[in-house]
Design a binder for this molecule. Structure first.
Ligand code: MN3
Length: 218
């Protein structure tokens, strides 16, 4: 039941609730709220068309199978045994649900709280983390995601291809996602064209550190 899922904590990604069919939650802010860093039309297409298609195609892929009603986290933990449509669309739904929440019109600036301490401990400084994260985002060839994750109590940075994520058994980087950046061209091409680097810089001006801290405490 979608209504029941909405009663859970705001930072638990909706697709983790094992609801079936999976549903597209509204953006947590207006489509133009992230301007100038991410433009309104990009947000409308990205959420209303791309993310919606992942949800619709995921529902088609799991309908009538043993995966229907299973949580996405469980599905992803042994994704190598499932059809590629589940990997692509399940990952797409999960990743985008996280991504919208990691952005905020009131975001950006320096990290605070527990995540700030851990960044300093594990990377030396926020500047050093950004360099590593930006490198992961820039060096991902073609389409994919950059990630900050928690694994065995330590922070790590890496990237995944396509709609893969660190919860998947096939992923090179594994752990609990704490921050995600979509580097598919559909995330930035209308405004930035080929300038992925400028999009990544814009992303840092939107990061919702409160959400990162809440994920950390989950
Ligand atoms: Mn996308």
């Amino acid at each position: 039941m979608a209504g029941a899922a909405l009663k859970t904590s705001a930072f638990v990604p909706e697709p983790n609730k094992g609801q079936e069919p999976f549903t597209l939650a509204p953006l947590p802010y207006a489509a133009d709220a992230l301007e100038p860093h991410i433009d309104k039309l990009t947000m409308e297409i990205h959420h209303g068309k791309h993310h919606k298609a992942y949800v619709d195609n995921l529902n088609k892929a799991v309908a009538g199978t043993a995966l229907a009603g299973m949580t996405l986290e469980k599905i992803m933990s042994n994704i190598s045994t499932h059809p590629v449509a589940v990997r692509n669309n399940g990952g797409g739904h999960y990743n985008h649900t996280l991504f919208w929440k990691f952005l905020s019109p009131a975001g950006g600036g320096e990290p605070s709280g527990k995540i700030a301490e851990m960044i300093n401990r594990d990377f030396g400084s926020f500047v050093a983390l950004k360099e590593k994260f930006n490198s992961a985002a820039m060096s991902r060839f073609g389409s994919g995601w950059a990630w900050l994750v928690l694994r065995d109590g330590k922070l790590d940075v890496g990237s995944t291809p396509n709609q893969d994520n660190p919860l998947m058994d096939v992923s090179e980087i594994k752990g609990k996602p704490l921050l995600a950046l979509d580097v598919w061209e559909h995330a930035y091409y209308l405004k930035y064209q080929n300038r992925r680097k400028d999009f990544v810089e814009g992303f840092w001006k939107l990061v919702n550190w409160g959400e990162v801290n809440r994920m950390l405490g989950k």
